[in-house]
Design a protein. Sequence first.
Length: 517
Amino acid sequence: MAQQEDVFKKIVSHCKEYGFVFPSSDIYDGLGAVYDYGQNGVELKNNIKQYWWQSMVLLHENIVGIDAAIFMHPTTWKASGHVDAFNDPLIDNRDSKKRYRADVLIEEQIAKYDDKIEKEVEKARKRFGDSFDEAKYRETSERVREAQEKRDALHKRYQQVMNAPGGIDLEGMKQIILDEEIVCPISGTRNWTDVRQFNLMFKTEVGAAAEGASTIYLRPETAQGIFVNYLNVQKTGRMKLPFGIAQIGKAFRNEIVARQFIFRMREFEQMEMQFFVKPGTELQWFSDWKQTRMKWHQNLGFGAENYRFHDHDKLAHYANAATDIEFRMPFGFKEVEGIHSRTNFDLSSHAKYSGKKIEYFDPETNESYTPYVIETSIGVDRMFLSIMCHSYEEQKLDNGEIRTVLHLPAALAPVKLAVFPLTKKDGMPEKAQEIIKDLRFHFNCKYEEKDQIGKRYRRMDAIGCPYCVTVDQQTLEDDTVTLRDRDTMEQKRVKIADLRGIIEDKVSITSLLKNLL
Ligand code: ATP
């Protein structure tokens, strides 16, 4: 675990050192849980967004996009339930003065039992070798059974407090924390305050005069911008059910605990798609979208074993089914995307609060009804982090050197091709620039002439550039260059005229999209 934490720290500093992510307002020592994307980060981020947008809007005839404003009429958040219920249960440790989410402390305790069980099973697997019968071992091992019983009892209690009839049972939560003897990781003590609810929305005011000003919120999710535009899009786009509306945009949450770099930020970006369906068909669509979205993730080639679904223990006030897609980060499996069956809660509620009729007239059955909604909601920044974590490698080479390389999927890499003149003379720089001049219309190219070739390769490895081309003496004679592959480090001689054909297909988003069909 300590090793994993070290890796994570290295990834965070790599992100800064190579222009991917900087702390916000860095010269003033940063602002908690707010980050800026640098010259390479913005390219990677834009590519992630493009991969998502195109998979939704280009590949589905019945999905269209919008871009709604961040500020919305304040009643939106009354109708959506956020003013009353967008809370996290918080608890403080009196000794360290650190604040935690009480639900997260309990979930981490459940995960500890899970880890313990898995470790026992792994140990036994090694001991018994080929003859290992896992199911039988789980049943018969005293230690595994005991840990499993404790885990299940805790899980059941947790579900009960989260789903208590009058809302989350805050006293019950505290009691679990005390009974499980959960300690603050900083102070190591169990000196906890009571659990309180904390609303996560940021407030601000519109209007100049204090008397005339009214309170508005920074949106905590992009979804509501879609719901309030449902009628506009359905009518103007003559959309027929089922259909979807996609949107990418900023969202803001005053997170209580914001310690894991860009995993949990106060200002972040979401890619959300609301899919409107006929009532009664929603659970089938929920299941279809689960598969579609998992395929989108696994298409990046990070290995199916690094993803899992995690069904929610507590359903949000609007949902009748919900699951998360989790990815194996260096700090455990963590949510990257949520898929929710939101029923007709949002549209009905907006109809009630606005007094407008928000329905769909079904020409096949001649009925009017409020559509049900399946939502897929993914954080751009979390996706970015998962890609960074999986791509980062400190590779030991045969000569004993370590090279730091980002194995980014080529289609997402910030720079696709670096072109180097071997030396700064004999017309090599001009030749290299000529190559770039031709190729820059097709993908992002970078010119580098400083330092020895080996160092230039390392710099490109560190930003995940999949291809490097070197212009040398022979280039000037026969118009061929060496093309070096980031992952295998193999070099081959190719004609300049063939470069585009070799590279373009591998680095285009289209190459990723084609595998989705
Ligand atoms: P969590 O349980 O981790 O707080 P959530 O269940 O509240 O997340 P959703 O409301 O389902 O998250 O939001 C959808 C997606 O938006 C998440 O899967 C995540 O990728 C992203 N997201 C949510 N909150 C944050 C945040 N504070 N920083 C970065 N990304 C976030």
